[in-house]
Design a protein around this ligand. Sequence first.
Ligand code: TRH
Length: 373
Amino acid sequence: MTLRIDIFCRVIDNYGDIGVCWRLAQQLAVHQSVAEVRLWVDDLVSFQRIAPAVNAKTPTQLLNHVDVHHWSGNEAAFFPTPADVVIEAFACELPAAYRQQLSGQELWLNLEYLSAEGWVEGFHLQASPQPESQHKYFYFPGFTPNTGGLLRESQLLAQREAWLKSTAAQHTLLQKLGLAPQQITDILQHRLRLVVFFQYESAPLAALLQALSQQAQPSLVLSPRASDVALARSLNLASVKVQQFGFLPQAEFDQLLWTSQLNFVRGEDSLIRALWAAQPMIWQPYPQSEDSHLVKLEALLQRSSLPPLFQQTMLNWSTGYRSDLVQQLSECLSMENWDKWRAEALQWQATLAQQTDLVTQLLRFSQQHVRQR
Ligand code: TRH
């Protein structure tokens, strides 16, 4: 049976909520077992930042086979008959007018935030019955076979391979980002290290710039934040430059992560994209109260096979324990460790790619549910 799927997404902050939902919606929409995907999102302006084709003034639009609706917040607004599978992203709470129309037969999934912590396995696919439906379940993405897996488009890794072989494609992207011809040539001929820096404001960029300046190879750091450019100017380091880039559509942001030699990413979605990019990377989790983000970071590191130097550096990057951070970063970047770091990144990608991806798992569960009802 082909499925109809509804996804609801509230943008709480930043771009991760819509980032995940948009990837999910697009992947589901082109799957042979899916007839229709509708995506309700409350913030079209944030959505447009990662998908410029979005018209932020239109209440409904068809984009990449996904029927996109603006979720206006008006609880009495009209909602059509619910689909076979209803995905409530990150406990966003379905609108009352939609809930009232549930027949009780739909599969209702609460898509949760990604975490590498061990407890996730025990909660994935646990039932959460509601007055309107007995068929509500928690769906936890994750890094192990007992979780819901990670988002990975079926052609993603092949596309990355092809991209890395195409100097022309990489050249075009770097040109679009406003890099000078000489910078592009130097990056593509590995005379200039390209670093992507997508981090929260608390990230210790100055330490990174100092560590980069101690290397034989000069570096160009690309950041979407203007204040990062100003900070670099104030440090005035001869061999390191920071340049601002405008937000790219999601697919091009992936390509940038593939081209870059070192990726600094944040939140959950760009973490996964950096893991698929298989380049050395440092992840900064979204800072949370009581340091629960550090628990997430430690859990991720425990699932990796990164040697202690890289693990400790990544921890120090987010803990604020910085006295020897420049030294640690410098060691990671040294000729001796750099190749090790690259090999680890490739190995991590290959290991994770053996897992069944999130969309395949979610659709398998949905089909089983639909057959049984
Ligand atoms: O934007 P984020 O910081 O989102 C975070 C997390 O999702 C976190 O869970 C949430 O609680 C917090 O916000 C409030 O980082 P994340 O998850 O990496 O999402 C960024 C998205 O933006 C991702 O889909 C990639 C996309 N992006 C582009 O498409 N183009 C770009 O140029 C850049 C820089 C990002």
